[in-house]
Design a protein around this ligand. Structure first.
Ligand code: GLU
Length: 486
């Protein structure tokens, strides 16, 4: 099919004249630009450039016997700015351009070198090898190298401890810390508050440390656990803990539900290292592409391993066209290593595809011209002007779908920051509880001070010591040391 199209386009070269192209209205302000520049047709002696391109979504595509796409729109804009008309041909061999075994260049680079085309407007990567034989303009698009995969080939089986996934490790740690701190506060406040524990000497305190832990755990699972708090201060702490647990449970349940329904798998292949270390999925690049040569020339050990893998299985893992690559990823256990900008489009169109997070090897697409061509600099300036005016961004948005239509939100474990307000509320509640207990105790001390004619402060300290058993401990330790001395 692709070969047929190439053939058709090579035989019948599509002549797209500016006046015709302006009628298609591909670019927002084509007509305006053409009129503003007073552009005339080819009969008025505009230079005619032969432009070579490659059929690849969304750069150049055949729609109702005409070419359209990002590169075609870009070409129209450039032509109207620089006053040239053009005829577009699709590259004969369907390749971007690499040096073949006989030393000749293939693809669009070869066509420029053989003067079969004046310029190449295509997703053609600027590389040092190409720059030695042709000239490139300033890049009009930036990209990197990524891995395109099918989601189900790389999703991890649900782990045994999947139920812990809704919260991140930090959140679980924070939660544990909050639980222990609350139980300590509960234990302390229940001892300090005279409304909870009126007679420390003869009355039993129900809020032992173990009981406090049990109370906290009961609330975490929405079970009302005893003992029941009586004092206002203890109730403040209990109430704030209940509030905290209910919000926390809601967040946990919501995130767990989202996790189960999104099928949000932990991707087993996140980086190039993960890819090269597994045997389940085959991987490859476009044959003769800049990506293939990137791995060939790289000194990074992981990249070398990737290259050696691909080189050994050349006939089997390298693909001829970008369309073939996407098809193969969708239909078999195959990962396509290629330019991330194109992979993002494939992942947006096919919801079962995904691009792994790691992107390497920053690069850009430039317009190729013959060396010392008068057009290189003019085109570079025009590309920069289009970038500065926002037209390149406009084209990018026009031709790239931003996200997979059917895709659900990407799931991630809840981070502590997301629950920051909740933790803060708990902290404030705990502080209020402790202050309330102090107020309760100082009230009691004031009354007692009136009766026994002692200072309120000393009664307060005495009460504190008795309630926290400091006095007894001190007395005990004094007795022990006294006996030891004797
Ligand atoms: N844009 C690349 C080139 O100019 C081809 C695509 C790829 O490497 O994935 O060779």
């Amino acid at each position: 099919m692709d070969r047929g199209l190439h053939f058709m386009f090579c035989v019948v070269t599509t002549v797209l004249l500016l006046r015709e192209s302006s009628q298609t209205g591909a670019m927002r302000n084509d007509d305006a630009m053409i009129k503003a520049n007073g552009l005339r047709g080819p009969e008025e002696n505009l230079p005619v450039l032969t432009v070579t391109t490659i059929l690849e979504d969304p750069y150049a595509m055949v729609r109702s016997a005409e070419l359209e796409g990002y590169c075609i729109d870009l070409l129209k804009a450039l032509a109207s700015m620089l006053h040239f008309s053009y005829k577009v041909k699709v590259v004969g061999d369907g390749k971007y351009g690499a040096i073949s075994s006989n030393g000749n260049w293939t693809g669009m680079i070869g066509e420029i070198l053989r003067q079969e085309a004046d310029i190449a407007v295509a997703p053609l990567t600027v590389t040092s090898a190409r720059e030695e034989v042709v000239s490139f303009t300033t890049p009009f698009l930036q990209t990197g190298i990524g891995i395109l995969l099918r989601k189900d080939t790389i999703s991890q089986d649900m782990s045994f401890f999947h139920f812990l996934a809704p919260f991140s490790k930090e959140t679980w740690t924070g939660l544990l810390f909050a639980y222990v701190l609350t139980c300590i506060c509960l234990f302390l406040v229940a001892r300090l508050s005279p409304c909870e524990w009126n007679e420390p000497k003869n009355e039993e305190n129900h809020f032992t440390f173990l009981n406090s832990l049990w109370f906290g755990a009961g609330a975490l699972t929405l079970q009302g656990a005893t003992p029941r708090p009586k004092a206002f201060s203890v109730r403040v702490i209990a109430a704030i803990w209940w509030l905290f647990t209910i919000a926390l449970l809601a967040a946990y349940i919501a995130n767990f539900t989202a996790l189960l329904s999104s099928g949000s798998e932990q991707l087993t292949i996140q980086t190039f290292e993960d890819l090269v270390k597994q045997r389940k999925i085959e991987f490859g690049t476009l044959d003769g592409s800049s990506t293939f040569y990137f791995f060939k020339n790289s000194k990074n050990p992981i990249h070398r391993m990737i290259f050696e893998y691909m080189d050994k299985r050349r006939d089997h893992v390298l693909v001829k066209t970008y369309q073939e690559a996407v098809q193969r990823v969708m239909e078999s256990n195959y990962a396509f290593i290629g330019e991330s900008i194109s992979q993002d489009l494939a992942a947006a169109r096919h919801c079962n595809l995904i691009r792994a997070p790691e992107v390497i090897g920053d690069r850009g697409y430039g317009i190729a011209t013959a060396q010392a061509s008068q057009w290189t600099e003019k085109l570079s300036v025009a590309v920069l002007k289009l970038r500065e005016s926002g037209d390149l961004d406009y084209l990018r948005n026009k031709w790239w779908e931003s996200s997979c239509l059917h895709s659900r939100e990407r799931w991630s474990p809840l981070q502590p920051q997301a629950l920051g307000g909740l933790f803060l509320t708990l902290a404030v509640g705990l502080a209020l509880g402790v202050i309330a207990a102090m107020v309760e105790l100082s009230n009691k001390s004031r009354h007692a001070a009136g009766h026994v004619k002692k200072s309120c402060c000393s009664i307060f300290t005495e009460e504190m010591c008795t309630r926290l058993r400091i006095k007894e401990n001190t007395r005990q330790s004094q007795e022990t040391s006294g006996r030891a001395n004797a």
